[in-house]
Design a protein around this ligand. Structure first.
Ligand SMILES: [Zn+2]
Length: 145
């Protein structure tokens, strides 16, 4: 859009340079035309900006969408993977006795063999949480069959 602005500015300079009388009939028309051209350029600028913003927004939405698609793709891949992979997942546990935070894997939960490395206190998952975890597991393996 800059080149149109330059042309209008050039026209303005030209009209002034040629000493066209602004009060003459031709001058009135000419300067009015230049004025309108200037307005049109500004309007085009605004449109271009709005279009650019809209394109940016559309791109952002596109990116978010592809992130979401990717996220679900990864989830789907995880489901297909071997079970051992899931057992490697680490869970953060906060010791109920001493408050120590440590990591343990899912297998340990299943075998009920989780204890605090700081004080040795065993950690038991709440029944409902354990049920949900193992239930999810069953669901996933069912899908694989
Ligand atoms: Zn502890």
């Amino acid at each position: 859009m800059d080149y149109i602005k330059e042309k209008v500015a050039y026209l303005q300079g030209l009209a002034e340079g040629l000493k066209i009388e602004e009060s003459s009939a031709e001058g009135k028309v000419l300067f009015h035309i230049i004025d309108v051209l200037d307005d049109i350029t500004d309007a085009l600028d605004g449109l271009a900006e709005a279009q650019y913003a809209a394109e940016e927004e559309a791109e952002e939405v596109q990116e978010i969408l592809s992130d979401i698609v990717e996220f679900f793709d990864v989830l789907a891949e995880d489901d297909d993977e071997d079970y051992d992979e899931d057992d490697d997942d680490l869970y953060e546990v906060i010791c109920p006795e001493c408050g120590e935070t440590y990591l343990t894997d899912f297998e340990s939960f299943e075998e009920d063999d989780v204890s605090c490395p700081a004080c040795g206190a065993p950690f038991k998952l709440e029944e409902s949480v354990l049920e949900k975890l193992t239930h999810d597991d069953v669901d996933a393996s069912d899908k694989d069959k």
